[in-house]
Write a protein that binds this ligand. Structure first.
Ligand code: AMP
Length: 557
């Protein structure tokens, strides 16, 4: 296994193979077999492009040949920041084929995050879109390459600048019917080794890298086939970043293309654009998230379109309230499925035929019989059913350690390999119920913001003496970040000034606090620790007094 990764102990590897969880195929082989079975099915729809499996396979192969010619080698790491376009799909599979490991960055990441990933992984390349809205990724890539000497290749979806390679040029204008047969056409990946690295939505100063193997990720992806009823008739709507676990493999791009189904890539998240696309393309699975669902439900647009093709609308990333789940079913006339999981592995889903009570209230149960879960108290002792505790887990697709992170691994995993999710849950009749969390992060409708990371950036501001970031309730996102700040003597700072300061530190915009509260003195515990819970109550009371929310004390259990 790649250096810096923690393999499953031999005993577990044997167990997972014997149980048939690990099939010893690569993610590329999974696609290749499907392409052989469904060559003429449309695999991808993007704007006016309709790309068949045959065309897709040919383009992937042509790209793979060129990437090898450029010098990319098996086990090399590259930073992968492509937006939802066909190029993302060509490139992802081409990398799987030649054994190059993409670090799956998100579109919002900027210099601070990207250069950290590149350094941490010794990345040799950086894959980017040319421009998204006003932001030019080609300039960012030049900055990253200048700062991180291992980065030798900048590969662009769209127009490349000097010294950068364009994916379109690399694919070239060769025939979509032929598959080049040479070195790169071989399946170079090793099923038991790392295929890709996801990012942890974690609590440390910067996201940690999650190494997922072909074996575990093929399994992760395939377990969703039956649970989400994905087959060759599926029309999967890709709305959220396909570089994130949820839309990549839960069920996502990989599951859909494994089954001969079709992935329709949406270019906007607004009801005005999404609903006509659903109607036109007959989308059957719509994986969404809290902010999208709340926005769509209040848009009043659903009745204007024929959305009867939708079989399942999914929620993932953050908890969706039971009333909203019910409204999803009524408004869209479909089944609702909740997906509660982590990039580190364990995924739980409600089953499509579960009782109403389970579908509306629970966060589901594990996708694999090989998943082992415990719900434990602060001392690591299991609690009884119905009682709250931290969810810890291990299994055939849950990692045993972060990449090159021995220090974090020592606290994030138990000695016998259980991963600490940091989520507080209870279990009833085998189903999990998310009750809160013990990890220090803000869950902004599914986007995770590390409190530690942002507080450190704020403390770099010369006017600020101390800061404490807490989650404040938000009707659309569930929660957002509020920064409580104590200023140095005779200093003043406005919200806009703080935002500009943070943007100047080149971090993803979604991490910026959305409210600033200047405070004279922090509430402290007898031991002198800032009482976050007290601050959360203060901001809830303020928001309630402003008429912005009706307080639900359950939010920060
Ligand atoms: P990520 O690895 O970024 O997908 O984040 C995983 C974390 O998001 C979990 O540990 C939970 O805290 C939270 N999460 C994900 N899905 C759900 C859900 N359906 N309901 C509640 N929390 C969720």
């Amino acid at each position: 296994m790649l250096e810096g990764c923690t393999p499953w102990p031999e005993k577990f590897q044997r167990r997972y193979r014997e149980a048939g969880y690990w099939e010893d195929i690569t993610l590329w082989r999974m696609f290749e077999e499907s392409a052989a079975e469904f060559p003429d099915h449309v695999a991808l729809v993007f704007e006016d492009q309709r790309i068949t499996y045959r065309e897709l396979e040919s383009r992937i192969n042509r790209l793979a040949v060129k990437l090898v010619e450029m010098g990319l080698q098996d086990r090399d790491r590259v930073i992968f920041q492509l937006a939802n376009t066909p190029e993302l799909v060509y490139t992802f599979y081409a990398l799987m084929k030649i054994g190059v490991i993409p670090v799956m960055a998100l579109p919002a990441h900027r210099f601070t995050e990207i250069s950290h990933f590149a350094k941490h992984a010794d990345a040799v390349g950086y894959l980017i879109p040319d421009k998204v809205r006003d932001f030019d990724f080609r300039d960012l890539a030049n900055d990253v390459a200048a700062a991180v000497s291992s980065v030798q290749h900048i590969i662009v979806a769209g127009e490349a600048n000097d010294g950068q390679a364009s994916i379109t040029d690399l694919i070239g204008s060769g025939s979509d019917d032929s598959v080049p047969d040479d070195q790169a056409s071989k399946d170079l990946g090793d099923p038991s080794d790392v295929a890709l690295m996801l990012l942890s939505g974690g609590t440390t100063a910067l996201p940690k890298l999650i190494p997922r193997t072909h074996n575990d990720y093929v399994y992760n992806s395939r377990q969703h086939r039956d649970l989400a009823e994905v087959d060759a008739t599926t029309v999967f709507l890709a709305l959220l970043p396909m570089a994130h676990n949820y839309n990549l493999a839960c069920p996502g791009l990989l599951t859909t293309l494994d089954c001969g189904g079709r992935v329709v890539i949406a270019t906007s998240l607004n009801a005005e654009k999404v609903f006509p696309l659903i109607e036109k393309e007959g989308a059957t699975i719509v994986p969404a998230a809290v902010p999208l669902i709340t926005k769509w439900l209040t848009s009043g647009m659903a009745e204007k379109y024929d959305l009867s093709s939708i079989k399942t609308m999914m929620n993932g990333g953050a908890k969706l309230a039971p009333e909203l789940r019910q409204r999803v079913r009524e408004t869209f006339g479909c089944t609702f499925q909740d997906s509660f999981g982590t990039g580190e592995g364990l995924i739980n889903v409600t089953r499509l035929d579960d009782d109403d009570d389970v579908i509306l209230h629970s966060s589901g149960r594990p996708i694999s019989p090989g998943d082992e879960m415990k719900i434990v108290d602060e001392n690591g002792h299991e609690v009884s059913d119905g009682k709250k505790g931290e969810l810890i887990c291990r299994g055939p697709y849950t990692i045993r350690g972060y990449y090159r992170s021995p220090k974090n691994n020592a606290t994030a995993f138990t000695e016998d390999g259980f991963y600490h999710t940091g989520d507080l849950v209870s279990r009833r009749d085998g189903n999990l119920y998310v009750e809160g969390r013990i990890k220090d992060l803000i869950n902004r409708g599914g986007e995770k913001i590390s409190i530690d990371e942002v507080e450190n950036h704020i403390l770099a501001n010369g006017k600020i003496e101390n800061v404490c970031i807490v989650a404040m309730p938000d009707p659309q996102y569930g929660e957002k970040a509020c920064a409580f700040v104590r200023l140095k003597e005779n200093m003043d700072i406005t919200f806009d000034e703080l935002s500009a300061f943070l943007l100047g530190r080149d971090i993803a915009k979604f991490k910026l606090p959305e409210r600033l509260e200047i405070i004279e003195n922090f509430p402290l515990s007898p031991a002198g620790k800032i009482l976050r819970r007290e601050l959360r109550r203060m901001i809830e009371d303020t928001l309630e007094a402003e008429g912005k929310i009706a307080v639900s004390r359950e939010i920060d259990a």
